[in-house]
Design a protein around this ligand. Structure first.
Ligand SMILES: [Zn+2]
Length: 339
């Protein structure tokens, strides 16, 4: 028989209100929507029997990025609160309106991961972001923010982290990624806000949008458990898993210059060479009108999977080591892609 689980509603979110040694499920009130009701964010608090770190996990800040939800569900199953030291605060769905409409953005079409920490008197997305950061996320000692590629693209399992920050580097190296990209804190992201406020945070990009990919989810979960072992929240030996990852200094997108139908060749984690053809762009009669070549050697972090191609579409997200400056002629040399 299924155990009955009580789900409570909270206006205030105070960790000491939760009993130690138990798992708690609550909805926490955010700003109000057009029904005069607050948006309610689901939060799972696993408060360990013993005092320790408060580790926060956030997922679906972009409403169509779902692999993090399953990762959190598996983590809830895995953890015995009576044996846990410290507290896990888990937010499987940060962007409730975006999740309901299966879209990246908030209900006012704003990307929540560009406006953090929001503001108490701004637009609806700003007020929601403000409530989320002040009520819940500010209570974390450190944070893992779970994302995926954006619509029409796919990603490897990769980490974005400021590797010059020792705590963030440690967090990155505790995960189990295919690639780690050295990223400084992009303005307006959740990670940037957290790091500026003394909460070491990294972004984990888990594969593709609108899907559950269980092999990547399981690898992500292994990294999270490794992080918990490092913080002595659970027993067990900390594994050095970064040996299998490729660490790159920078990354950028290669764009199309023509419109048509695109076929991108390299697969995720493939190494491409400078000058290698990475995509064919066809006209609508089946003739190749552009062979897009890579301007440098690197590893494929993400790629386009949508054949529909306007000029200026993103084709391949390439990671590389910074031996020479970024070529200035690359359009939209964007640190911000899908995080
Ligand atoms: Zn995202």
């Amino acid at each position: 028989m299924n155990k009955i689980i009580t789900i409570k509603l909270k206006d205030k979110f105070k960790l000491t209100d939760f009993k130690r040694g138990e798992k708690h499920r609550v909805y926490v009130n955010m700003s109000e929507n057009a029904l005069s009701l607050p948006w309610q964010v689901p939060v799972i608090v696993i408060r360990g029997a013993k005092k320790g770190k408060i580790l926060g996990l956030t997922a679906a800040l972009h409403g169509d990025e779902l692999n993090g939800i399953s990762t959190i569900f598996k983590l809830i199953e895995e953890i015995d609160p009576t044996k846990l030291t410290g507290t896990l605060v888990l937010l499987p769905i940060c962007n409730v309106p975006g999740y309901l409409s299966k879209t990246r953005h908030f209900s006012d079409n704003v990307d929540l991961n560009r406006i953090m920490p929001g503001s108490p008197t701004g637009s609806s997305s700003n007020q929601y972001a403000h409530m989320l950061t002040t009520k819940i996320l500010s209570k974390f000692h450190c944070m893992l923010d779970l994302h995926t590629a954006s619509y029409g693209r796919v990603n490897s399992l990769y980490i974005r982290a400021d590797l010059d920050n020792e705590e963030c580097r440690t967090l990155a190296y505790l995960q189990n990624p295919q690639i780690i990209v050295k990223k400084y804190d992009e303005n307006g992201t959740l990670r940037s806000w957290a790091n500026e406020n003394g909460i070491p945070a990294i972004t984990i990009e888990i594969g593709n949008p609108n899907a559950f990919q269980h092999s990547l989810i399981d690898e992500t979960l292994e990294g999270i458990l490794n992080t918990m072992r490092h913080f002595e929240m659970i027993d067990g030996e900390v594994k050095d898993m970064v040996a299998n990852a490729t660490v790159v200094d920078r990354s950028y997108w290669i764009y199309s210059s023509k419109g048509g139908i695109v076929d991108v060749m390299p697969n995720l984690t493939d190494h491409v060479k400078e000058g290698e053809v990475i995509a064919h762009i066809y006209d609508v009669f089946g003739s190749i009108k552009e062979k897009v070549r890579s301007d440098r050697s690197g590893i494929v972090i993400g790629r386009n999977v949508s054949p529909h191609c306007h000029a200026g579409s993103r084709l391949v997200h390439l990671g590389f080591d910074e031996i020479e400056p970024m070529p200035e002629e690359i359009p939209g040399n964007d640190e911000f892609d899908d995080l």
